[in-house]
Design a protein around this ligand. Structure first.
Ligand code: PSU
Ligand code: MN
Length: 291
């Protein structure tokens, strides 16, 4: 059911990368370039990338560049609940952070890079929508590097839920959880770290104590200040068009990409790649300390 590439199997330090970002997070055709750039950054950081997705029912850990091309907008969006159906129905599906972590748990991959973690969506009091990324981080023995949580969410509620789930939220050279498009203004992290080595040491201690996933928030290098009004407009427009469930995140991201004149697109692309690099450095630091 799972095919692991030889390179990933033999690597000392591996970083998992998701495919939802590639298929549904960027305009058609642009996602593959983002995926390939992330893989390059992982290699530059000294680790081996394992991009994960489902191809005709086979879960692939370590997709080739040609295989990556198959993750277009027509691929299913695969959260943890969707994996089994995708396999049994021999479909092609792009794994979310949660779906990717479910695979990481099966094959024991300890580090992952992504853009922004899913979380508690705004308006949850009337309409519950909590990303499966959260319980999956709490169950998998994997450290996820992200630009914090996507600001289109209810960020304080997401931070509270991460605490409830016992997930350490580390800030990379910051005291605040990054807000995806903005470096500052988020809730406090549970611990600040100054280096990849320090993050790796905390992960090691956490796992020795039978803990599970951790989040390492890396602030984006460039902060966009004008996004909040656009996010509110995007969410209103999603509600008006009755966009629900799995469709909300891709709808909002593409709305922002268009309406910001490509600013969010560029920011998103850059932070995904930078997070991949930091995930690689953390994976290498972890392996080095192992001797
Ligand atoms: N980060 C990005 N772009 C994305 C996502 C994250 O920069 O498209 C995706 C991830 O795959 C994440 C998913 O797991 O959004 C969360 O979707 P939902 O809120 O529907 O669980
Ligand atoms: Mn949801």
């Amino acid at each position: 059911m799972i095919r692991i590439s030889d390179e990933v199997r033999e690597a000392r330090a591996v970083v998992a990368l998701e495919t939802t970002l590639i298929a549904h997070g960027f305009p058609p055709g642009e996602g593959v370039a983002v995926g390939l750039e992330s893989e390059q950054r992982v290699r530059a950081g000294g680790a081996v990338p394992a991009t994960i997705g489902v191809l005709d029912g086979e879960i692939v850990v370590g997709l080739t560049a040609t295989e990556l091309e198959r993750f277009g907008a027509d691929a299913r969006k695969i959260g943890p609940r969707d994996l089994a159906a995708c396999v049994a129905q021999r479909a092609t599906g792009a794994t979310t952070v949660g779906g990717t972590l479910a695979v990481c748990r099966a094959v024991d991959i300890r580090f992952m890079g992504t853009g922004g973690l899913g979380g508690v969506h705004r308006g949850w009091v009337e309409h519950v929508d909590v990303s499966a990324d959260l319980p999956e981080v709490a169950r998998s023995r994997t450290l996820v590097v992200s630009a914090g949580v996507k600001s289109l969410l209810d960020v304080p509620a997401t931070a509270e839920l991460l605490e409830t789930l016992g997930v350490p939220v580390l800030g990379f050279r910051t005291d605040e959880l990054p807000l995806f498009y903005a470096a500052r203004g988020g809730p406090r992290v549970s611990a600040r770290v100054e280096s990849a080595q320090e993050a790796a040491a905390i992960a090691r201690a956490h796992w020795s104590l039978e803990g599970h996933g951790l989040l390492l928030g890396r602030p984006p290098d460039e902060s966009l200040d004008e996004v909040e009004p656009l996010i509110e407009e995007a969410l209103r427009s999603a509600a008006a068009e009755r966009v629900h469930g799995q469709q909300v995140t891709p709808f909002v991201l593409s709305f922002l990409h268009e309406r910001s004149g490509g600013q969010t697109l560029r920011a998103n692309r850059e932070l995904v790649a930078a997070n991949a690099r930091l995930a690689a450095e953390t994976a290498v630091a972890y392996a080095d300390a192992d001797g």
